[in-house]
Design a protein around this ligand. Structure first.
Ligand code: COA
Ligand code: AMP
Length: 633
């Protein structure tokens, strides 16, 4: 067996050789002339001169290789009590037909197509259909509100919007039409058409001249062939929270993405063609793009598309039912999902109701995996539980215990070691390398491996300033942590205003912009505080304009409603308080870090630069009233 350290060294010392070999796992329409162009701007490019089709690699080639009968996708809806299976041949036919429909609607290579869709097979078909004809998809998570959707429509300027009439959440049907109507009213850009998928739970009334029916356009369409795409052409844009209200459009290319994901499923996740892989996420997130859709299909595995929750659909045994029923070999979930299951079934009784013999590994990512949850999952499932760390920007794991290379001993609290291709360093704020054990800014040496973002959509300057400018020669992850004496990585916190709520990445800056828009609010702060279930939840503080006399509870309810309607329910913004002042430095910087420490009951010291220490007991009092520990000074 290859040792991890050998693979990692080789990828560092000879990236051209390492990734050139990995590229053999992909079918190329035209071979690349250079594996890596280090001088490309704004960042290095992979597989220059090569042409391929990502959909061909994910779907058609498995049919051509005689695996047309293999199940490509299992749609399991705990919400509807429905299971559907699509073979690779079915998926090819449906994708080719929908690609034909997109072409008939005027979509061509490079055009953007935006999807606002729940976890239904048609969404996967649509993503692949875009890839088939060289169009660029951009999926927007269903839990975002109209304003967020509008921002993305304006940035991506899609020719078409593909939408479904509703999403299904426990206890409620989410009608998408009012959200889409409002988003299109807010947006400056108008798509040529919208394609509406009617769901029987809540059909929508189409808008004449705007909406065309999904089934009708598919039925009428001629199947479309795969077109060759340049390796460096964009495959998709995925918006993720940045440090302001404006989301960042992470771009993914065709060639590097296909090679990296295909390699990662085998080497990081230990999968083989024909295995069953289940990423219990949503297609609106990067985990969904990479490990529900592309990686399992690129390797010829069966992927599970699960419409449901870990608990309440109907109970805390939901995951075990899916694993048993579909013979899942590897499960990938957010630690929050396991905390939710553990809370309802602490003794893991429900695990015993199901035959989980196929399950080999559980992978956790998306937020810090707390050692208690890992230990519980290890006991409950009796399989290796692998914490691994990555970001929307990288698209695949930066640090992991590579199950397909050499499983290393697990250290709870660490996502283990850098994956081959990633050269990780820890720097202080001045950019000096820190020794083992010291916490600092985690950065990745350039060039990044294939599959990572080459730039931000229409925002090269933003790409440079967010990722490249702070530490020349490195990509800034905006995560802080350390590497221990054994080379194990520990991710401790973000260095920006991003918080992680139930594995969902959110910007407190975006929430502050919304609170600041309230006519009675003079200034505000939003911090992420510890939460036993969701890891973190946001809490807002508002200082009112002079002379405003309002009932605090009513005002806070308005702030909560505002974030829900402008950012979306996924923000889980449920707590706000009114305070007389915010703690600040003498230069006017709000001391959010100290506020968070007070909320979490951690010790804190008054910084020498604090403007007025007397404000801190007031903050502690407000947090105490919300049920947080209060003063740890
Ligand atoms: N469309 C519309 N609304 C959505 C939505 C979607 N796709 N996804 C979530 N929401 C809503 C929820 O209904 C909830 O609304 P509410 O405030 O009316 O209850 C809100 O957004 C918050 O959702 P969530 O954070 O998912 O919390 P929850 O209380 O509904 O469920 C868990 C708790 C733990 C079960 C859930 O957070 C979970 O499954 N987490 C795993 C997360 C995950 O897989 N992340 C992917 C990263 S790998
Ligand atoms: P996202 O872009 O939504 O995937 O979120 C990426 C961020 O989630 C990272 O920058 C980290 O802050 C956090 N994250 C993801 N995985 C882990 C992990 N295994 N441990 C700690 N933090 C993680």
């Amino acid at each position: 067996m290859t040792r991890w350290v050998d693979a990692w060294r080789r990828a560092n010392e000879d990236p051209e050789g390492f990734w050139g070999e990995a590229a053999d796992g992909i079918h190329w329409e035209r071979p690349f002339t250079r594996v890596l162009d280090r001088d490309a701007t704004p960042s290095a490019c992979w597989f220059v001169g090569g042409a391929l089709n990502t959909c061909y690699n994910a779907v058609d080639r498995h049919v051509d290789a005689g695996h047309g009968d293999r199940v490509a996708l299992v749609y399991d809806s705990a919400m509807r009590g429905v299971v559907e299976r699509l073979s690779y041949a079915d998926l090819r036919d449906e994708t080719a037909r929908f690609a034909g429909a997109l072409t008939a609607l005027g979509v061509g290579p490079g055009d953007r197509v935006l999807l606002y869709m729940p976890m239904v097979p048609q969404a996967v078909v649509a993503m692949l259909a875009c890839a088939r004809i060289g169009a660029v998809h951009s999926v927007v998570f269903g839990g975002f509100a109209a304003r967020e959707l509008a921002t993305r429509i304006d940035d991506a300027q899609p020719k078409l919007v593909l939408w479904a009439s509703c999403g299904l959440e426990p206890g409620r049907v989410v009608d998408y039409k009012p959200l889409l109507d409002e988003a299109l009213a807010l947006a400056n850009h108008a798509p040529v058409n919208c394609v509406l998928l009617q769901r029987e739970e809540a059909p929508a009334t189409p808008v004449p001249g705007r909406d065309v029916d999904w089934m009708e356009v598919s039925r009428a369409a001629e199947p479309a062939d795969c077109v060759p795409c340049e390796a460096t052409d964009p495959l998709y844009i995925l918006y993720t929270s940045g440090t302001t209200g404006k989301p960042k459009g992470v771009v993914r290319d065709h060639g590097g993405h296909a090679v990296a994901l295909h390699w990662s499923l085998r080497n990081v996740y230990g999968m083989q063609p024909g295995d069953v892989f289940w990423a219990a996420s949503d297609i609106g997130w990067v985990v969904g793009h990479s490990y529900i859709v592309y990686a399992p299909l690129l390797l010829g595995c069966t992927t599970i598309l699960y419409e449901g929750k870990p608990v309440g659909t109907p109970d805390a045994g939901a995951f075990w039912r899916v694993v048993a029923e579909h013979g899942v070999h590897a499960l990938f979930a957010a630690p929050t999902a396991f905390r939710a299951i553990k809370r309802e079934d602490p003794g893991a009784e429900r695990v015993r109701d199901h035959d989980l013999h196929a399950l080999r590994t559980l992978f956790l990512a998306g937020e810090r995996a707390d050692p208690d949850t890992i230990a519980w999952a290890e006991r409950a499932l009796d399989v290796p539980v692998i914490d691994h760390w990555w970001q929307t920007e990288t698209g695949w794991p930066i640090a992991a215990n590579c199950m397909g290379i050499e499983p290393l001993p697990v250290k709870h609290g660490s996502p283990t070691v850098p994956v081959p291709g990633y050269k990780l360093a820890v720097l202080d704020d001045a950019g000096t390398l820190l020794p083992a054990g010291e916490t600092g800014n985690i950065v990745l040496e350039l060039p990044l491996p294939p599959g990572c973002l080459p730039t931000l959509w229409n925002d090269e300057a933003g790409f440079r300033s967010a990722y490249l400018d702070a530490y020349p020669g490195y990509y800034q992850t905006a995560d802080a942590g350390y590497v221990d004496e054994d080379g194990y990585v520990f991710i401790m916190s973000r260095t920006d205003d991003i918080i992680n709520v139930a594995g969902h990445r959110l910007s407190t800056g975006a929430m502050e912009e919304i609170l600041a828009g309230h006519p009675d609010v003079a200034e505000c702060a939003v911090i992420g505080v510890k939460d036993a279930l969701k890891g973190q939840v946001p809490v807002g503080f508002a200082v009112l304009n002079a002379g405003v006399e309002r009932d605090d509870a009513t005002l806070c309810a308005e702030l909560v409603a505002r974030v829900r309607s402008e950012l979306g329910p996924v923000a889980a913004f449920k707590q706000a308080c009114v305070v007389a002042r915010l703690p600040k430095t003498r230069s006017g910087k709000v001391l959010r870090g100290i506020m968070r420490r007070i909320a979490d009951g951690e010790e804190y010291r008054f910084p020498a630069t604090i403007e007025d220490p007397e404000v801190l007991p007031e903050i502690a009092g407000a947090l105490g009233a919300l049920g947080y520990p209060g003063d740890g000074s």
